[in-house]
Design a protein around this ligand. Structure first.
Ligand code: SF4
Length: 290
């Protein structure tokens, strides 16, 4: 196991004391150390939000995209350079709201990447508006009479869209979350980990205690069968007094990149530029910028 200090960034952390993001950051570091993944072999992508600062606090490769666009940018990068392990980190508003379309399509393509969603059921960086995972009736500054929409169910959506690894973690259970992240990194294909996390500043309903009282581990269920899509979908419907955590669904299917024929000749970044618009002129233009 690598030393956790290998992943220590010099950036000053600006999260509020008690924020669930600290637990997620610790779990990610532990998972990388456990798998002995060197910092330069990992590439993080994020969008906009409190949790999207996570790559800043790791000494790994990182790229901040724009709001909701971490997944397509990560997909593009992965197709060019599959030698690095790609991990996208988004919030619930960022990943399921603004980036909702990308979430569905990345899952159905089964691009080989990990997608960690820091789900605090609120838009926190913009000071507390309801998000796609806020429950119906949730009161915020923008919903003073309570949200009128039903909350979306990201786990059920991921399973229905074609994701091959679907899990739920909890930011305040770092040990189990680290194991989940390590398992998702080892999975080949799109792996979603929806991480429930308290936002101590803006979400006074879904607190650490609220989650702790409800979460249980699906692996302990007598009928646990994560390869059964119908079983996983049924588990994903549970919310309220009992909330399942752990790996709900995991199957092995061809990835998107396995089926892209041009990649049979190797990663794009190792292939020569070619095609009607990429001949010598392109090489000449490229040299001007080198
Ligand atoms: Fe964390 Fe909420 Fe503070 Fe953002 S506003 S850093 S999510 S506690």
């Amino acid at each position: 196991m690598y030393d956790l200090k290998m992943y220590q960034s010099i950036e000053q952390v600006t999260w509020c004391p008690g924020c669930g993001d600290f637990g997620i950051l610790a779990a990610v570091k532990q998972a990388l150390a456990q798998l002995e993944l060197a910092p330069h072999h990992v590439m993080f992508f994020s969008g906009i939000g409190c949790g999207s600062k996570l790559p800043h606090y790791l000494k790994c490769n990182g790229y901040d995209s724009v709001h909701g666009r971490a997944l397509p940018v990560a997909t593009g990068f992965h197709l060019v350079n599959p030698d690095l392990k790609v991990i996208a980190v988004t919030g619930d508003g960022d990943g399921y709201g603004i980036g909702g379309n990308h979430f569905i399509n990345t899952a159905r393509r089964n691009v080989d990447m990990v997608h960690i969603v820091e789900n605090n059921q609120i838009y926190a960086l913009t000071k507390g508006q309801y998000s796609p995972t806020s429950e119906k009736g949730f009161v915020t500054a923008t919903t003073p009479e309570g949200a009128i929409e039903a909350a979306m169910n990201p786990l059920a959506m991921a399973i229905a869209a074609g994701a091959t690894f679907v899990a739920r973690g909890f930011s305040n259970d770092v040990k189990n979350l680290a194991n989940l992240v390590a398992r998702s990194i080892s999975h080949k294909g799109y792996a979603l980990i929806d991480v429930l996390q308290p936002c101590v500043t803006y979400n006074k309903v879904n607190t650490k205690e609220w989650y702790k009282m409800r979460l249980y581990r699906v692996e302990d269920e007598a009928d646990y069968n994560p390869t059964d899509k119908v079983w996983a979908f049924r588990k994903a419907q549970e919310w309220g007094q009992r909330i399942p955590s752990g790996v709900l669904y995991e199957v092995s299917l061809p990835t998107y990149e396995d089926q892209v024929r041009v990649l049979e000749a190797g990663p794009l970044f190792k292939q020569p530029l070619r095609g009607p618009t990429m001949g010598e002129d392109f090489e000449k233009t490229k040299r001007e910028f080198m």
